[in-house]
Design a binder for this molecule. Structure first.
Ligand code: FES
Ligand SMILES: [Fe+2]
Length: 411
């Protein structure tokens, strides 16, 4: 449980908020690289309650600017993207990827206005099929989190995102809370499918024991299950600040990570990355099955069906439930989205009742609030203070035979 004040501090991300300031100090995934074509249409991007425009210039370089034209605020997303710059259609000012105003055709010849105009533009990196942006303090540039998928060939990686209509912390908590799987995703786990082996043993113990350890980049969350015959099923979820979650599965050629990125206080991009860590191509069948292709939408920039909101009870099917399905949702991501959005756009955590199984959620909240405090005091943030091997972080799903000696079950 948090006080109302702590909850506000944790959740609000707009310009000038303490959490918003802290989150901006990390590299942020902004959009899929494929959305930007050289001299093609610019893209509007909203992050942390702020509006930006991204474009790829004639030479292939990506520019990331405040959306409003520095002249009189017209959206640069309406602009013409040509000859190495974005030209505002209102009076024709042209701005390049470095944020320099290179032409002001509305001014008299010889005007030096262009050289005096400052355009807010932001450092970008392209990696893993995504454009990443750094929106933090100009004088600091944090280490880039070169996660495993960012170093793989494009055919080994599938990147997609969906609109989650709730605060980003609700989405993050869903990813860290391994104990909901036995309830919310029970029917999905029971359905025969190629990925079933990926989560073997999870249904055999509905009350896993959790252990949470600090890591230089975040947390390691271990969920321990003991099956009826004594077999141990240990799942290690890794959490790298500020929101990157590495979800364990038992397959050797498929790894999954997912993370929320706040659009504003009430809307979130839910990113999901699946990849083959061997560098080989993704196994299409397994990948499609895991991603529920054919059931979910197939737009990689928003695979969630926006029509299925609260007014349609998120698409829940009571007939399916009568026939034995636990939740009445046709795909497991719908289950996650429905429960998260049903908490409300920004849930009041002063009213909740937490138990033993919520330890990972509690630790993550505490860690995020600690980072806010660190940032206020001018200290280095976790994951930025000492070198981190980001490429070595991944979830682990471990199945161990019953030990010879009886082990503690309810410690
Ligand atoms: S508002 Fe953009 S050029 Fe005038
Ligand atoms: Fe879930």
């Amino acid at each position: 449980m948090l006080s109302k004040e702590q909850n506000e501090l944790l959740c609000r991300v707009g310009p000038g908020t303490p959490m918003g300031n802290m989150l901006r100090q990390y590299w942020t995934p902004a959009l899929r690289s494929a959305k930007l074509v050289a001299d093609g249409a610019p893209e509007r991007v909203r992050l942390f309650g702020q509006d930006f425009v991204a474009f790829r210039d004639t030479n292939g370089n990506v520019g990331f600017l405040d959306e409003g034209c520095p002249h009189r605020g017209v959206s640069l997303a309406l602009g013409r993207n040509e000859e190495c710059g974005l030209r505002c259609i209102f009076h024709g000012w042209k701005i390049n990827v470095d944020g320099q105003v290179v032409e002001v055709p509305s001014e008299p010849a010889g005007s030096n206005l262009a050289s005096k105009v400052r355009v807010n533009h932001y450092p970008v990196r392209e990696a893993g099929g995504m454009v990443w942006v750094y929106l933090g303090k100009e004088e600091t540039l944090p280490p880039f989190p070169a996660f495993e998928f960012t170093n793989l060939p494009p055919e080994s990686v599938v990147v997609r995102k969906a609109l989650n209509k709730c605060n980003w912390v609700q989405a993050l908590e869903g990813l860290l809370d391994s104990s909901h799987v036995n309830s919310l995703h029970k029917s999905w786990l029971q359905t025969p499918q190629p990925v079933q082996g990926a989560f073997a043993g999870m249904l055999g113990d509905s009350a896993p024991r959790f252990e949470v350890e600090d890591r230089p980049y975040g947390l390691n969350i271990k969920a321990k299950r003991v099956l009826g015959d004594g077999t141990l099923v240990n799942r290690y979820t890794e959490y790298a600040l500020p929101t990157f979650c590495f979800i364990p599965n038992a397959l050797e050629t498929l790894r999954v990570m997912a993370f929320p990125v706040a659009i504003d206080d009430y809307n979130t991009w839910f990113w999901e990355i699946s990849y083959n860590p061997t560098g080989g191509p993704m196994d299409a069948k397994t990948s499609d099955e895991l991603r529920n292709v054919g059931i979910m939408g197939d737009d990689p920039d928003n695979y969630y069906q926006p029509a299925w909101g609260p007014e349609k009870v998120w698409g829940q099917d009571r007939e399916m439930m009568r026939q034995g399905h636990f939740t009445g949702f046709i795909a497991f991501p719908f289950e996650d989205f429905a429960v998260q959005e049903s908490q409300g756009a920004l849930v009041d955590r002063s009213k909740e009742h937490l138990g033993m199984s919520d330890v990972a959620v509690i630790r993550a909240r505490r860690l995020l609030l600690e980072q806010v405090q660190k940032f206020r005091e001018g200290e280095a943030l976790r994951g930025q203070a000492a070198p981190v091997d980001f490429g070595a972080i991944h979830g682990v799903h471990e199945i161990l035979p019953a030990p010879a000696q009886p082990h503690e079950v309810n410690s």
